[in-house]
Design a protein around this ligand. Structure first.
Ligand code: FES
Length: 126
């Protein structure tokens, strides 16, 4: 059998954040940024668990659609394909159904694991 399973706390990590395949390792680690990948563009950037996904993207030179940046206008609405987030605000402008369907407001959401998001409007800043 293969030895592809993760080995917690057994020697140096082979990746910047957990498993060799970029799998989230369960808890946010403030010392190592999380990785956010964007479909369909294939763009990717690092994010700290304390900064919004939108802020992290901008810092990496990636522009996501946005306007209010406080979770009300929904201009930044995109979709979470995998990973976990937490919101900075108690009532982000999403219905419970939208949350269940994976919709996400990156201006007020912080990554808590590596993420895959679907944001067709994402592009690299010139
Ligand atoms: S920019 Fe307005 S809700 Fe995100």
């Amino acid at each position: 059998m293969s030895e592809a399973s993760s080995k917690p706390m057994s020697g140096p990590s082979s990746g910047p954040n957990g498993g060799p395949n970029g799998e989230p390792n369960g808890e946010p680690d403030s010392a190592s940024p999380l990785r956010v990948r964007i479909a369909p563009s294939g763009l990717a950037f690092a994010a700290e668990p304390t900064q919004s996904i939108l802020e992290a993207a901008l810092r990496a030179g990636i522009r996501l659609p946005s306007s209010c940046r406080n979770g009300t206008c929904r201009a930044c609405l995109c979709r979470l394909a995998s990973g976990s987030i937490r919101y900075r605000v108690e009532w982000p402008g999403l219905s419970p159904d939208e949350k269940d369907e994976g919709y996400l407001l990156p201006c007020v959401a912080c990554a808590q694991s590596d993420l895959d998001i679907i944001a067709p409007g994402a592009r690299r800043q010139d």
